[in-house]
Design a protein around this ligand. Structure first.
Ligand code: HEC
Length: 139
């Protein structure tokens, strides 16, 4: 039972931001909080963008205004250490490119959304970067 719990915990730690170098020496979260609003938003975005990626790769024509994400900088975070000064400007830049994609849903605009995910994560939390990089459409 103990072993099972340990494995589960390691997986969660690996997927979430806690595995990033920056936060490793910060606070040790012994009893992790329930998933934050921000983490939930991030997971939803990942799933939706993955679906869009598949459709774009099949050369489907996408409708306008497919994406309607809550504002990142207004979401509650798991740990206050995530509340850094770059979050607000990068969140605004992110929502700008999402809007461009909504107006013109094509591969170029899709990839610029993913580039914005990457930029913020390089500064915020590097744990999910591998997962995010997989969302990029290569041609
Ligand atoms: C403005 C900065 C910023 C942008 C842009 C951003 N993220 Fe995040 N992301 C964060 C922060 C901060 C966290 C940690 C949130 C928390 O744990 O409360 C996070 C967490 C995550 C997680 C881990 C969630 C979990 O289960 O704990 C994933 C996956 C993720 N982001 C994917 C993405 C994807 C995909 C995009 C682009 C569509 C994206 N992020 C855009 C800052 C950002």
């Amino acid at each position: 039972m103990k072993k099972y719990l340990f494995i589960t915990f390691s997986i969660i730690t690996f997927l979430s931001c806690s595995s990033s170098k920056e936060s490793r020496n910060a606070t040790v979260i012994i009893d992790p909080n329930p998933t934050s609003e921000m983490a939930r938003l991030m997971r939803e975005m990942t799933i939706e963008l993955d679906e869009i990626k598949i459709r774009l790769e099949k050369n489907e024509t996408l409708e306008n205004n497919l994406l309607d994400f809550a504002l990142i900088h207004e979401a509650e975070v798991t740990d206050i250490s995530f509340n850094k000064p770059h979050i607000m400007p990068m969140s605004k830049a992110f929502h700008y490119v999402v809007n461009e994609f909504n107006k013109e849903p094509n591969i170029i605009n899709y990839n610029s959304i993913i580039n914005n995910c990457v930029s913020c994560h390089q500064l915020s939390c590097q744990g999910p970067l591998m997962k995010i990089n997989k969302l990029t459409i290569k041609n």
